[in-house]
Design a binder for this molecule. Structure first.
Ligand code: G3P
Ligand code: CA
Length: 241
């Protein structure tokens, strides 16, 4: 059965990548949570999607121009200012503390596609170990070099390559590179692509599936993880199977 993951937490209804959105995803019954990690100026791993704080907070500028203390003063409520109180940018540590005893799988997206954030790999891996999350994480990135570096450091964890383009023979590529999962944009999962990926035994984890029709299509195609901004909707579609 396909798993339903909440994209940036329950971001369809709550401010993305906040503890509120993560808690709401758990309350909704999601099987897992997808989130994005970056580094502050003083090297703390924080959960935020853009390299700039402008879109999702009341601040301006690059995440890595802020210390953690400065960053924590911002409100990441974005389109929900004043609706759910103040929602700071979470640290990855705070998130790990929250999920450590929950049966939730976390898809950690390493946001190293624009800025490399050298050293972020070790910090994330150390945190996974500290909170004993080894069996409850899938690590992905658009930067496949990041994934290869992490695989070399910690081969036992589950890794996936993210892609938003139409790659030919993606299954062969993933297999040759030794990753367990492929994370494509859902629109690229035409039958021949799904077949090629499955022929290599890859786990297929797709984003961002936000309508009941598209969720149904992904269920019909036997996709392993369906990542959605609306986990409740996706769970309802799955329950009707
Ligand atoms: O990990 C799936 C998806 O989150 C990748 O795209 O831009 O939403 O981080 P983006
Ligand atoms: Ca992401």
């Amino acid at each position: 059965m396909s798993k339903i993951f909440a994209h940036r937490g329950y971001s369809g209804k709550y401010p993305e990548n906040t503890m509120l959105a993560f808690r709401k995803a758990v309350e909704a019954g999601a099987d897992g949570i997808e989130l994005d990690v970056q580094l502050t100026r003083d090297g703390e791993v924080v959960i935020i999607h853009d390299e700039l704080v402008d879109r999702t907070t009341n601040g301006k500028g690059r995440v890595n121009n802020y210390t953690l203390e400065e960053l924590r003063k911002l409100d990441a409520s974005a389109g929900y200012v004043g609706v759910y109180g103040v929602n700071p940018i979470p640290t990855f540590r705070e998130y790990c503390e929250y999920v450590k005893d929950l049966p939730i799988v976390t898809n950690i997206e390493m946001k190293t596609g624009v800025l490399e954030y050298l050293g972020i790999e070790e910090k994330v891996l150390n945190m996974i170990h500290e909170f004993h999350l080894e069996d409850r994480v899938v690590i992905s990135s658009f930067n496949h070099f990041t994934i290869k570096r992490m695989m070399a450091m910690e081969p036992e964890l589950k890794y996936g390559f993210l892609s938003e383009t139409w790659i030919i023979n993606a299954g062969k590529y993933c297999h040759e590179q030794g990753v367990d999962c492929y994370h494509p944009l859902f629109r690229n999962l035409i039958p021949s692509v799904v077949d090629e990926l499955k022929s290599y035994g890859l786990e297929i984890n797709t984003y961002t599936v936000n309508t009941p029709e598209d969720v149904q299509d992904m269920l019909d195609k036997g996709i392993d993880i369906i990542i959605s901004n609306f986990p409740e909707m996706a769970l309802e579609v799955r329950e009707k199977q």
